[in-house]
Design a protein around this ligand. Structure first.
Ligand code: GLU
Length: 428
């Protein structure tokens, strides 16, 4: 794609504008990230050499509250990507009415090549570099692709060392022992599942007759596979970054998860272990998975997966975006022409940041909730906002993505205007 990811991401604004209640000034503000920080992180490697890693933190908008969003460790992380992810966080937090703005961070690194000690030094180094830029009332990092509770624990500890004050609310997605919330690990998947449960009945698509393919078997994809499997959906294919497995009769998700946890790869599950004998399967690539003839296709990995180049191969009836930005705007148009329904990322994957919000609230109040309480509040929020977005979609006869942006823009527009526009400077 010649155009930048961010340029493509911001096209979503143009499509939603004419239906939203928002001033031109406010829209102009939302076209640009508020602050972007690029840092160099020196890390002493185990062999004694020094490596400098590139890191970013972008606060896209903080009108509705402190910046909020994860930190990604991946070789393809760039400022363009982090800005796009921070843009999506802004609209996601507004779409589900969290008192946060949008932010995102990243480090350009392949974490699988680092030892655990190198990973810890890199993580603490990242916080050293951005410590003045984050805080419980400024910007609150969290996990994203290839970061996890262990890393969030290091972040919190490093920030607390720098500030000489224990500060759990500076980071979410922490281990439970350091102030994490119950239910945060399964929150993205649970939130997506509540959206499915709320919207699928509108399409007369019962679980028992629904085949599913999931691209990405990380935290969100794997947990969602379990929830769908338990609800009676037939998961016929799953993949990770190395490739995938397909079985027409349906995959046994609990055993796949067990083997993935121990063998660290999906192909190994069927090729090297006894599961080979349990379900007949085929090995397939990520690209093949996207083109499967299934009812529900769930991209749950990285952005830019369904593009102008491969959109013509898509045969699924519904696309359910658990990843951030998996569909380009050009592909979106073609999907609509083909009659394929897209459930947008900023709604579908908002469960993760919603429970991050609950974690931040618990850290600040010092009162911790039960798992039931967390899940019940998550369900209530996801169902409520999903139905509001559905209503906007029906009212204007627009697609669900545009409706989600309209919903978010209405809230952002109201907050930007409430802060004062200073348009009295224009005189009369
Ligand atoms: N990385 C997740 C997302 O993209 C969670 C962010 C958070 O919890 O702040 O929504």
């Amino acid at each position: 794609m010649s155009e930048s990811l961010f340029a493509d991401a911001s096209k979503r604004l143009e499509q939603a504008l004419k239906y939203a209640n928002i001033s031109e000034d406010a829209i102009e503000r939302l076209k640009y990230p508020k602050t972007s920080l690029t840092v160099s992180i020196p890390v002493r490697m185990d062999n004694g050499s020094l490596r400098i890693f590139k890191g970013y933190r972008v606060r896209y908008d903080d009108t509705r509250g402190p910046g909020k969003g994860g930190v990604r460790y991946h070789p393809s992380v760039s400022l363009d990507e982090v800005q796009s992810l921070a843009f999506w966080m802004t609209f996601k937090c507004a779409a589900v009415n969290l008192p946060f703005g949008g932010a995102k961070g990243g480090v350009t690194v392949n974490p699988k090549e680092l030892s655990r000690l190198e990973l810890e030094r890199l993580s603490r180094g990242y916080i050293d570099a951005i410590a003045d830029f984050i805080g419980p009332d400024i910007d609150i990092p969290a996990p994203d692709v290839y970061t996890n509770p262990m890393i969030m624990g290091w972040y919190m500890d490093q920030y607390s060392i720098i500030h000489r004050q224990l500060t759990p609310a500076v980071v979410t997605g922490k281990p439970l022992s350091l102030g994490g919330s119950l239910g945060r690990d399964t929150a993205t998947a649970a939130g997506a599942f509540y959206v499915i449960e709320t919207l699928m009945p509108k399409f007369d698509q019962p679980a028992q007759n629904t085949t599913v393919a999931i691209q990405g078997f990380g935290n969100a994809g794997a947990h969602l596979a379990t929830l769908l499997y338990n609800a009676g959906y037939k998961i016929v294919a799953v993949s990770d970054s190395k490739g995938g497995v397909y079985a027409k009769k349906g995959l046994d998700i609990p055993s796949i998860r067990r083997f993935k946890d121990t063998q660290k790869g999906l192909q190994a599950i069927y090729c090297e272990d006894s599961v080979c004998n349990v379900v007949e399967h085929e090995v397939l690539s990520n690209e093949d998975l996207l083109g499967l003839d299934v009812d529900l296709l769930i991209p749950a990995a990285l952005e830019n997966q369904i593009t102008e180049t491969n959109v013509h191969n898509i045969k699924a009836k519904y696309i359910f975006e658990v990843a951030n930005g998996p569909t380009t705007s050009a592909a979106d148009k073609i999907l609509a022409e083909k009659g394929i329904y897209v459930f947008p990322d900023i709604l579908v994957n908002a469960g993760g940041v919603t429970v991050s919000y609950f974690e931040w609230v618990q850290n600040r109040s010092g009162l911790y909730w039960t798992l039931e309480e967390v899940n019940q509040r998550l369900k209530q929020k996801m169902v409520e906002e999903t139905l509001k977005i559905w209503q906007i979609k029906q009212e204007f006869s627009i697609n669900l993505r545009t409706a989600a942006y309209v919903h978010a823009l209405n809230r952002l527009g109201e907050a930007l205007s409430a802060k004062g526009t200073r348009d009295y400077y224009l005189g009369s």
